[in-house]
Structures are given as structure tokens and as C-alpha cells.
Design a protein around this ligand. Structure first.
Ligand code: ZN
Length: 68
């Protein structure tokens, strides 16, 4: 069965998939939480070069934190 218009409509409004899963995500550690506000990630680092969480990096850029 091919996707009908309703399914296509749903797909269009579906939230974007997060590229990093909780297990793979490495957040920047801020007092036991991620910089992005998540506490679900398995690993947190206090070195930006090791951080893989896109939300942490985006938040850091927004805050003009030096991540390099
Ligand atoms: Zn994060």
C-alpha cells in the first residue's frame, strides 16, 4: 500500500528526527546536566571537543561560548 495524502500530510508535520540518540549523545557537563538542559545523555564531558550533542553545541554558539 502506498502512502496516501493523509500519511504524506502527517510526515510533513512530523518533528525532525534527532540525529544523536541518548546513548550516543555526549553533552557538555554543567553541574550534572547537559548544556542543552538534558540529563538523559549517558555521557557528559567538560571538554567541548568531545561533545557530540548538537543541541549543546547550538546552545553554546547562541551563548557565544568558545567551543573550539
Ligand atoms: Zn546536550
Amino acid at each position: 500500500m502506498s502512502n496516501g495524502p493523509i500519511q504524506r500530510e502527517r510526515d510533513a508535520w512530523k518533528p525532525l528526527e534527532v540525529s544523536t540518540s541518548d546513548r550516543a549523545r555526549v553533552c557538555f557537563d554543567v553541574k550534572g546536566r547537559g548544556y542543552c538542559g538534558r540529563s538523559s545523555s549517558k555521557e557528559r564531558m567538560s571538554v567541548w571537543s568531545k561533545v557530540s550533542c548538537a543541541d549543546c553545541l547550538a546552545a553554546a554558539r547562541a551563548d557565544e561560548v568558545e567551543v573550539a
